[in-house]
Design a protein around this ligand. Structure first.
Ligand code: S3P
Length: 182
């Protein structure tokens, strides 16, 4: 158990990044090693609506899903010692940043497009892949989102690193981010 988190004044950590960047895997390891609670925003939405993410997209459309994302993020903003894995499209909304910046240390898991693509290719649980069916269009979405992800307070390069190593770096960087808050 890493007890370094006891000296951090942030109540929560939000993991940010493209689909397949490892937010859920790293989030679970980070929560396990620190004793914080792990939450996955998509899983919370599924639980709340009793509908899978592809079902929400196909029945009600992406706009409705985005509303649900914001609503669920807001509901979880008063928690304590939580590691939250967010959906890859969440940082595209200004409203979400207001909540993120108020309640979370935002950590962007930077991952190359090739690695993300290999991990998510053919995943039926990611309805956005139907909207961006070829590599080129998905790459354009990835590039368009980078500036949103880069608003995060901490940016971690995940290339060639294990979830354990990434989790350890998050703890170290969170302490630095904390002391620079003043
Ligand atoms: C989305 C990413 C997904 C999920 C939904 C939309 C996106 O989450 O929220 O399918 O817009 O990039 P992951 O990033 O966990 O795959």
């Amino acid at each position: 158990m890493i007890d370094a988190f006891s000296s951090i004044s942030y109540s929560n950590i939000a993991l940010i990044g493209f689909m397949g960047s490892g937010k859920t895997r790293v989030g679970k390891v980070l929560a396990q090693s620190t004793g914080w609670t792990f939450l996955d925003l998509d899983a919370l939405i599924v639980e709340k609506t009793n509908c899978s993410i592809p079902e929400i997209f196909s029945r009600y459309g992406e706009g409705y899903f985005r509303e649900l994302e914001t609503e669920t993020l807001r509901e979880k903003s008063s928690l304590h010692q939580t590691v939250l894995s967010t959906g890859g499209g969440l940082p595209g909304r200004e409203e979400n940043w207001k909540i993120l910046e108020r309640s979370y240390l935002t950590v962007y898991l930077k991952c190359t497009f090739n690695v993300c693509y290999k991990r998510i290719f053919g995943d039926r649980n990611r309805p956005l892949l139907a909207q961006f069916p070829d590599r080129q269009s998905l790459l354009a979405l990835y590039q368009k989102r980078i500036p949103y992800y880069e608003r995060s307070r901490v940016i971690i390069d995940t290339a060639h690193r294990t979830p354990n190593a990434i989790a350890r770096e998050i703890v170290l960087r969170a302490r630095t981010a904390d002391s620079s808050q003043g």
